[in-house]
Ligand binder design. Structure first.
Ligand code: ZN
Ligand code: ZN
Length: 237
C-alpha cells in the first residue's frame, strides 16, 4: 500500500469513528460499543499454526518451528494471533496513530481465547513501557490499554511500576533488524523488588522482536524465569 493509500484508508477510518455506530470495515450499522461487524471480524486473519516461540506460521509437526529449534529466542513463549495485514493492519495503525482506544477493546475481546487457552497463566502482565516524554506527547500507551483489557477479561493483574523505559529511543519503524537492536539497547529497567517468576510482556504488534528481546534480557537479569510475549498481531518479515 502506498503512503497515499494508507492516508486515504486512515482518513476513511477516522471519519467512520466520528460517526459512531457504523462498522469500521463496511459502514454497516452496529449496536453501541461495537466497532466492527461479525462479517468484518471474520476477515481478521490469524496465524493458522503458530510456532509457540516466534508466533510465525509453523509447518513442522512440533509446537516449535525448525528455525527456533536451531536458534531459539530469549523468551519462553509468544502469543500474537493476528496476521498484520488487511483489515487487521488498518485497525492497528489506527490504534497506534490516532486516539481510538475503543479499538483496543474490540480487538482484544475478539482474540481473547488465544490468550485464555494458554496454560499456566502468567502471574502478571507487564505492558511495554513508553518513555515519559513519549507518553506525554501521545497521551496514552496502547500496550497498557491492551494489557488493561486482557487483565479485566482474564483476571490477571497489570503492573506498570515493575518495568520502565529509561532511555527515550528513536521510533523503531523504518529501521532494519540490526538497527532496531542497537536503538533499543539498555532502554529498560526492571525493579527487582517485584520478584515475579512468570510474566507476560504485552505489546500491540510484534515485528522483529528486538524490543521484547531487550525487555526479556532485562527481566531474566532481574530474576524472572519464564517470559511470555503477548501481542495482538505478528508482523511477518
Ligand atoms: Zn463490517
Ligand atoms: Zn519459531
Amino acid at each position: 500500500m502506498s503512503g497515499r493509500q494508507i492516508r486515504a484508508t486512515l482518513h476513511a477510518l477516522i471519519t467512520r469513528v466520528l460517526d459512531p455506530g457504523l462498522c469500521l470495515g463496511c459502514s454497516h450499522a452496529l449496536d453501541p460499543g461495537q466497532y466492527f461487524c461479525d462479517a468484518c471480524g471474520n476477515t481478521l486473519k490469524c496465524v493458522s499454526t503458530p510456532c509457540s516461540l516466534c508466533g510465525l506460521d509453523n509447518q513442522s509437526s512440533n509446537s516449535i518451528c525448525a528455525r527456533c529449534l536451531y536458534d531459539p529466542p530469549r523468551w519462553q513463549k509468544m502469543i500474537a494471533p493476528l496476521v498484520y495485514q488487511g483489515f487487521g493492519r488498518d485497525l492497528l495503525l489506527q490504534l497506534k496513530f490516532s486516539d481510538s482506544l475503543h479499538l483496543a477493546n474490540s480487538l482484544t475481546t475478539h482474540l481473547i481465547n488465544h490468550f485464555r487457552n494458554s496454560k499456566p497463566a502468567p502471574e502478571v502482565l507487564l505492558p511495554v513501557p513508553l518513555h515519559r516524554k513519549r507518553l506525554l506527547e501521545r497521551g496514552y500507551n496502547q500496550a497498557f490499554e491492551i494489557a488493561r483489557i486482557l487483565s479485566r477479561l482474564l483476571d490477571i493483574p497489570v503492573d506498570t511500576r515493575a518495568l520502565h523505559r529509561i532511555r527515550n529511543t528513536d521510533s523503531q519503524s523504518g529501521l532494519s533488524a540490526n538497527q532496531r537492536e542497537k536503538n533499543i539497547l539498555k532502554a529498560f529497567a526492571y525493579a527487582t523488588s517485584s520478584s515475579y517468576s512468570h510474566v507476560a510482556v504485552v505489546d500491540d504488534i510484534v515485528t522483529t522482536g528486538s524490543t521484547v528481546n531487550e525487555i526479556t534480557k532485562t527481566l531474566h537479569r532481574g530474576g524472572v524465569k519464564y517470559v511470555e510475549v503477548w501481542g495482538i498481531a505478528r508482523a511477518f518479515k
